[in-house]
Ligand binder design. Sequence first.
Ligand code: URA
Length: 194
Amino acid sequence: MLDQLEKLYQDELLNCRIDCPLRGTTTIVKGHYPEQPVNIAFVGEAPGARETELGQPFVGMAGSNFEDFLKSLDLTRNDVFITNTVKCRPTVGFQGRKNRAPYSSELEACSYYLKREMEITDPKLIITLGNVPLRQLLKDKKASITHWHGTLFFYGRAKVFPIHHPGAITYNRKLKGVIAEDLKVLKKLITLQK
Ligand code: URA
């Protein structure tokens, strides 16, 4: 499994030939996987500045909230697969300093990699973080995390549990309670499927 994933990254992703506006604009951030196979996957939106510097998902500002999510679930990075819907950093503004949400064309272009990652890792449980991965896996461009958070659906054989993006707490403190409740439910779900 891990060989196949690394092959996807080395042969295809890191040498990406898909026609995409983001291709070649930033460092590609592949998924993080531990040495042993795991059955829980987290899917974020897209890498930010720090992630492209370090080549790892969720190591910047949202990453510290993400670590809190993991802690509250009694998990570490060694227990889960972590990836993003889009593997390059979408930016806007002067010299591309600001992050932005990926455009439809970029989501479409990168969907191949997410699909392959999910086929290869075959997780039992996928936790989507925010609107972007929710819409991608649900195949509904208008779905809203405000409505869907904490609501299970299936992606192939995998259960998907959508929660708010860890970065969202930074600009909306009110979400803290909502997220805490979802994490409690998620913790039970993880215990049940172990
Ligand atoms: N936000 C994401 O969605 N993914 C990252 O890797 C970092 C921030």
